[in-house]
Design a protein around this ligand. Structure first.
Ligand code: HEC
Ligand code: HEC
Length: 328
């Protein structure tokens, strides 16, 4: 109890420090990893009642059946995973506000989406610890306005200990997969914020990539239907994958630590230290950024302190471009 209080105090102090320096010249959040709403953005498709289909699936759902609200999670690919416990599949409508199922946001396969996180194959201990960290205020994130983050915190506060044990065992038992293709490019599609992620502008067009990763679903329709096989392309700056690989393998001459010591030589995780290979670069960047700026502070992030302390935004970008490109 004392230990966790200390860490909460530490986090609060770090937040105060961060906001006092923000007034000076702290760079703005990397907007590509924390997408802000686009005023006048094109709206999601209207709620018609026709049965929808996605590739490689015999299932059919109407839009009303994929909202996760008052209905079980839409499971397009039931053979990808074992039977879901209730907390993963069913919303708890008796609570106020109602609790969405884990599978609604993280998908039945635990593959996740760029605005949340992949959970498949993480250890039960790690999953438990993180949910408790959200609950205890140790993962507020760097953008307190970001809807997905506040939703995860609300879930962590509402879930019971038994449910958490079941969810952790379930996601842990699934073999991770990746549907993200990482492509180095001088230019990337022009984007807007669709919900909480970047999507290609319907009117098309490209622009210089600059110092950004542009992670977008190849087909927005499949993303909106919450198809766990939705393919993504992550456009990354030319040279960033190699730069990230070198930093990860050699530590940049003392700038950071060799990642594989703790995360495993192939970045697939080691004991309770999480897998990084093949995960969403937007998710990974938010974690490095949050740990560096003191907005993710649970106990074990102490081990990441020396890793992130001297990394620039560009270094972090290169690392996550590389990590996302690895087989999961
Ligand atoms: C409303 C959507 C939503 C629901 C429902 C939800 N999550 Fe999350 N979860 C998120 C978001 C968003 C993040 C990532 C936050 C960030 O970007 O740092 C997250 C992150 C996590 C992480 C951190 C993963 C890591 O690698 O550190 C775990 C573990 C997790 N969720 C477990 C669960 C469990 C278990 C449930 C069900 C009891 C659940 N979540 C339900 C949105 C959700
Ligand atoms: C000394 C051990 C150690 C080293 C070296 C290390 N990490 Fe970590 N890393 C951890 C631990 C422990 C965690 C989990 C922290 C927690 O429990 O919240 C973690 C978590 C992370 C996360 C968040 C993952 C998630 O699921 O949310 C990222 C991203 C990450 N590390 C990237 C890196 C990169 C990139 C490097 C190399 C440049 C690296 N780490 C080197 C120990 C280490």
């Amino acid at each position: 109890m004392n230990v966790s209080r200390q860490f909460v105090v530490g986090a609060a102090l770090a937040l105060i420090n961060a906001s006092s320096t923000l007034a000076a010249d702290v760079p703005p959040l990397p907007g590509w990893a924390y997408p802000q709403p686009t005023p006048g953005a094109p709206r999601a498709a209207p709620d018609d009642s026709s049965a929808k289909h996605v590739p490689d699936s015999e299932a059919a759902f109407t839009r009303a059946q994929i909202t996760g609200r008052g209905v079980p999670v839409a499971d397009w690919h039931p053979t990808d995973h074992p039977t879901m416990p209730d907390i993963v599949a069913q919303p708890k409508t008796q609570l106020n506000p109602p609790l969405l199922s884990c599978g609604y946001c993280h998908l039945p396969s635990g593959g996740g989406r760029p605005e949340n996180a992949s959970l498949a194959g993480l250890t039960p201990n790690y999953i438990r610890q993180q949910v408790l960290a959200f609950k205890d205020g140790e993962r507020p994130g760097s953008d307190p306005r970001r809807g997905p983050q506040t939703s995860m915190i609300a879930v962590a506060k509402a879930v019971t200990d038994d449910e958490l044990t079941q969810a952790a065992a379930y996601f842990s038992s699934i073999k991770p997969a990746s549907f993200i293709k990482v492509v180095e490019a001088e230019t990337a599609p022009k984007t807007y914020t669709a919900g909480s992620i970047l999507a290609k502008l319907p009117t098309g067009g490209t622009e210089p990539i600059g110092n950004r990763i542009i992670e977008v679903p190849d087909e927005l329709e499949r993303f909106e239907l919450r198809d766990a096989h939705t393919p993504y392309t992550a456009y990354v700056p030319v040279g960033s994958i190699k730069k990230g690989a070198e930093l990860a393998a050699a530590g940049g001459g003392g700038k950071t630590l060799v990642c594989g010591i703790c995360h495993g030589p192939d970045m697939r995780g080691l004991g309770d230290i999480p897998r990084l290979a093949g995960r969403s670069p937007s998710y990974l960047l938010r974690q490095l950024y949050d740990m560096k700026h003191g907005t993710r502070t649970d106990l074990n992030t102490a081990l990441m302190k020396a890793v992130v302390a001297n990394l620039t935004d560009e270094d972090m970008l290169a690392l996550v471009a590389y990590l996302a490109s690895l087989p999961p």
